[in-house]
Design a binder for this molecule. Structure first.
Ligand code: PLP
Length: 354
């Protein structure tokens, strides 16, 4: 179908890399010289090309704008001391992308375009990857419906793209989290397990309300009783209770199956720590806090890696922590960062060389 040879490249006249700040690169604000673009019409992929990063020309009747067939992924690549670039678990993001695509009645993207296209794109922009601890190249694959017609139906045409953004640390400080009891992110039978654009639009109002009360983010709860933990913003959540680690299970289809979540579970189990995937009742979490058994609470996600939580407010219980005294979250963050940034061997085959 598609030759595994190089996709066509239109070269930039001049790199804009000198516009990138030397330090404190803000998340998602700077984009590299190149982007990948591909079109799908009636199930056939075509016009696969790499070209200078530039604006798109779109019709006002574009299907994605009106009815929301729009999905994305978030992946990271790292520069190792050998000077080569390595992508962290991109095949997992590829599979999840197509899970989102199927739920949204969109065309699945072939591996050749998603993975090979990503490698060829990164190879061109390799010099943009910061070679510093906690710095990476954030990779944003996305797809949206491009039919030029108003009407609620699956689009016949789609555009798939990848853009790249060099980035520094995301949530550098430990976070204060508000447990959400009014709004719902996802319900059973819905789209919580997908990275569909609309999921993030609906999270903005609750997040703003939490921020106005001094919190950084909300911890979502189940849609029925608002007492079972789901996830935080764009992160999965972990609780260290006694000598066990507990994280919400994925069986209800309301939680994003994070690649970082899976990596953290794997690393913890290999370190000999018991990890339970289960429904996490926040009344039990608050009781564990009161009895001194709740040791650590943290989030996991590609953008943020491991984010420590220093305060968790649930109903009238305010749980406060001193992450400087923690053992579990810092040790898996170190283990994960050492693998991703190439300081220790990768026994899991998680890294794909560009
Ligand atoms: C992306 C995302 C995560 C984290 O997934 P990773 O694969 O670890 O980056 C968790 N929750 C939501 C809602 C997300 O969008």
């Amino acid at each position: 179908m598609i030759a595994s040879s190089a996709f066509p490249v239109t070269k930039v006249e001049r790199s804009k890399k000198n516009e990138l700040p030397a330090s404190n690169i803000p998340f998602g604000k700077y984009f590299t010289d190149y982007m990948l673009e591909a079109d799908c019409e009636n199930g056939v992929w075509k016009n696969i090309e790499i070209k200078p990063y530039q604006p798109l020309v779109l019709s006002p009747s574009l299907a994605a704008i009106h009815y929301g067939q729009s999905i994305f992924e978030g992946v990271k690549a790292y520069k190792h001391s050998d000077g080569e670039a390595y992508i962290f678990r991109p095949l997992d993001n590829f599979r999840r992308f197509n899970i989102s695509a199927r739920r949204m009645q969109m065309q699945p993207v072939p591996e050749e375009i998603f993975i090979e296209g990503m490698r060829q794109l990164i190879a061109l922009d390799k010099d943009w990857i910061p070679n510093k601890p906690d710095h990476a190249l954030y990779i944003r694959p996305f797809m949206f419906a491009t039919d030029e017609m108003i009407g609620v139906k699956p689009s016949d045409t789609y555009k798939f793209m990848i853009i790249l953004s060099p980035t520094g640390p995301y949530y550098a400080e430990p976070m204060r989290i508000h447990v959400e009891e009014e709004y719902t992110r996802a319900a059973r039978g819905g789209v919580g397990f997908t990275k569909v654009a609309g999921n993030y639009a609906t999270s903005l109002l609750p997040a703003a309300a939490a921020r106005s009360k001094g919190y950084d983010q909300v911890l979502w709860t189940d849609e029925v009783e608002h007492k079972y933990a789901e996830e935080i913003g764009t992160m999965n959540v972990f609780f260290v209770i006694g000598d066990k680690v507990v994280t919400p299970d994925l069986s209800r289809g309301t939680i994003l199956a994070g690649v970082t979540r899976n990596s953290a579970i794997t690393l913890l189990r290999d370190m000999g720590v018991t990890v339970e995937e289960a429904r996490v009742n926040l009344d039990d979490v608050a009781a564990a806090y009161k009895s001194g058994q709740l040791k650590e609470v943290f989030g996991t996600g590609t953008a943020a890696t491991i984010s420590e939580i220093k305060e968790l407010q649930y109903k009238d219980t305010v749980m406060k922590f001193d992450p400087k005294t923690w053992k579990i979250a810092p040790s898996i963050k170190k283990r994960l960062d050492d693998i991703r940034e190439g300081r220790t061997p990768d026994p899991y085959g998680w890294l794909l060389k560009v």
